[in-house]
Each structure stands twice: as structure tokens, then as C-alpha cells.
Design a protein around this ligand. Sequence first.
Ligand code: UD1
Ligand code: CA
Length: 461
Amino acid sequence: MAAGKGTRLKSKHPKVLHEIGGKPLLRHVIEAAAKVVPAADVYAIVGYEADRVKAAMADTGCKFIEQLPEQLGTGHAIMSGREQLEGYDHFLVLSGDTPLIRPEILQRLLAFHLQQGSAMTLLTAEPENPFGYGRVIRKTVGDKIGNEVQAIIEQKQLSKMQEQIGEINSGIYALATKPVFDNIGKLSTDNPHKEYYLTDMAAVLNKSGEKVVAFKEDAMAETLGINTRAELVRLDAQLRAAKTAQLMNDGVTVYKPETCVIDADVEVGADTVIEPFVQLLGRTKVGSDCRIRSGSVISNSTIGDNVNVRQGTIMDDAKVESGAIIGPYSHLRPGSEIGANAHVGNFVETKKVKLGKGSKANHLTYLGDAVIGEGVNIGAGTITCNYDGVNKHQTTIEDGVFVGSDSTLVAPVKLGKGSYVGAGSCITDEVPPDSLAIGRGRQINKEGWAKEKREQRSRKS
Ligand code: UD1
Ligand code: CA
């Protein structure tokens, strides 16, 4: 169920697209579901901003059920899926705002449901503070409380006595299709929100003589849904903590892990050291024996072994081979491929660039749309002028080239193997291999000029 607006987040965006651990809530839920049944048997019920939610989940391979034009509650969400769901004997219902649910729990819930032969099996929990959740009223058999459930009562409708009940409804269920759809028409909107509550199905099924049971899980946190920003941030912190703990278990040193933001799918090799305030995002892969220094933010990038990423480096969709040194304050934009043992230094920006093995661009440089060979030295302040205002053009710098400081290379242009470019040059023509190119005004020295100027000034005063 992912059709709600998420009023309590006070957001114009759909709740299920808010992120924890760098991924939308709904994606966590779909990924868990797709480990229990094939992705093509997972349906996301969408309503509020349906198109946006669909687009964001398209690559999961799940199907969609539309709860449109109105979203009249969780019971109504299931009504909207009648046609699709009637193709199955049983189905699991998950909430799009319960992202920490683990597939093993779903498997256990399903097995219990089938073994009990019940029409409705609810996953329940006993959190420290049950406030806000629907409470589970179990039936008593003789003087014993059994598995069977009488009803689920939402917070706002609890009597004083019922408020004492600690067992909550997680919003995750296993349901038998036939009894559910035979009876779902009996749901009413007679409640404070004027909605069709799926939770009322417990009482409805009971009245029709169908079996409703509770399946209580002790692993609490994972069944808690997110309704507020504070809960969103708390679960995010929990996921991040679990991720850094797992990395440390695998041999990675993470200093001050509570300050690092590392997404779930990130991989890091053993003996790599991650300093405080580092972010490793998306599909980033870091090799072993690297050091990632403070303030670096690395997304969707691949880094080899023994790489030193110095302070404040930003990388997006970049590739860095083993032994390279990057930063401080380098900006590697998409398509940057930095070769083994190469250096990219302070305030150097790269984009769609191949920098060959052992080449260096250490200071204040922009390299865009360029193929740069091995053993090249790019002097401080070098700029590839890749854009003419309409099109982008390519710069080719062959092996062993030395570009003097403050040179502008006006693309398309090629610097031949082993050539030199004099400092301060504006290079507009191809430089032949092994030659020296100088593209600047000649220097003139006017002997005695400054002295003369000073004397003139003192005569006047
Ligand atoms: C629900 C349960 C409550 C339970 C809690 C657990 C009901 C009435 N109450 O309350 O017993 O303790 O979850 O977290 O079900 N949705 C739709 N269409 C709608 C309305 C909601 O798809 O018309 C989706 C939402 O996007 C959300 C999920 O259903 O992902 C749950 O809805 P929400 O409004 O968050 O229910 P709660 O008030 O948390
Ligand atoms: Ca909720």
C-alpha cells in the first residue's frame, strides 16, 4: 500500500518517496517483497502522485494497482486491487511506510498463516510505546489468551481499558483472497477519518466465522512504520549504524561512524580507513587499503585499492584506479576516469576525462572532454576550453606531454607525444610530437623604465 499522501510528514511529496539509507521507503519494501515472491507478483498500490511513484519504482519490475481518483483508506486500497488479487489464493499486504521489514519475517508470517488456515493473519509487535498504533484485541479461550484476534482498534477509538494493550498491529498481513473479498464490502467509513480501514476486516471476518490470528514478532524496530520526520530520521540513523557496523565487521575502519553517511549498497574493501564526516552514496565501490579523508562525498563511483582520497573531494560517477591520489578539494564529475597512480590535486575539476597512468594535474585546473595519456604533467591553472558556446570539443594529450602552467588548450586540439607547451600559452593548433609550442605575446624589457617613472613622480611633487 503506497497510495497515501503522508499528511503527518507535512510534505508535498508522496511519503513513500522519502528516503532512508539513500533509498525511497517504498523501494525498501518492494525489494523485501521481491525476495519472498517473484517481482512480477509484487503490486504497488499507488494513488497520491501515482505517476511519480510509478516512475521511481519502474526498474524494480513490480506491477501497479491504481487507487484513483481518491484514496479512501487502507481497506479501500485493497478493494482497488480486487481484479489483480483475485488471481491468487493468498496475498501478503505490506505498508509502503514500513521499510525495515525483512524477507525472513514475511516468510515466517506466510508460513504461519498457511499453517493456521486463517483468513487474516496480522504481524504484531509489542513496542515500548504503543501510542498511535492500532491495538490488537485477542480472544480469550477459557481463561487463556490464544492466537485468535477479535478486532483491531485504532488509537483514536480505544477505550481507557484498551489503551493499556501493548500489542500493536504492524500494518503487515497475510490474507486469504476469497474470504477477504467475500466480506470486504462490509467495511464502513464509520470512524474519525471517514475511511475504509483494512484493520476493521479483523472484526468483519470474525463476525462471518472466519479465523483471524496474530503472529507476534520480537524484532521490533522493523515493523514500525514511519509517520513523522522524526521517525524517518530515526530509522535512517538505524540503517546507517547497521551499515557501518557491518563494514567494521568486514575489516573496514570507520572513525566516528555516527558522522558518516554510507548507503546500503556501498561496498568497501578490508583495511580501508574512512574518516569522520564522509559520505559514500549509491552504488559506490571502494577497494582495500584506501583512505577516504574527512568531508569527501562520493556517489556512484568505483575506486581501486590503495587510493588516497584527501579532504573535501567530490566524486560523481567517476572511476579511480589503484594507487591514485585525489584531492584535497578535487571535483570528479561524471565520466572521469583516473588511471593508476595518477594525481588529481587541489581545486581540480574533471569531466568526461581519461587521465592516464601516473599523470598529474595537481593544482587549479579544469579538464573536460579530454583523453590524456600516461606520464603527462598538467601545470597549475591549465584549462581545456571544451565549449564554444554551442558544441563540446575534444582535447587529446598524448603520453609524456608537459603542459606549462596557466595554459589554455582550445579544443578540438591535440598535443603530440612528448611535446611541451610553454607556460601561459593559448594553444589553438595541433602540437607535433616532441616539439615545443609557445602561444603567447613575446616579453619586452624596457631597461630603466621604472626608475625613470619614479624620478618623474618625485620631480612633480
Ligand atoms: C496503519 C494501521 C494501524 C497500524 C499502522 C502500522 C489502518 C487503518 N491502520 O495506520 O492499525 O498500527 O498502520 O504502521 O490501516 N495507504 C493507501 N491508501 C489509502 C491510505 C493509506 O495506500 O487510502 C497506504 C499508505 O500510503 C501507507 C499505508 O497504507 O503506506 C498505511 O497507511 P497510514 O495512513 O500510514 O496508516 P497508519 O495510520 O499508520
Ligand atoms: Ca503508517
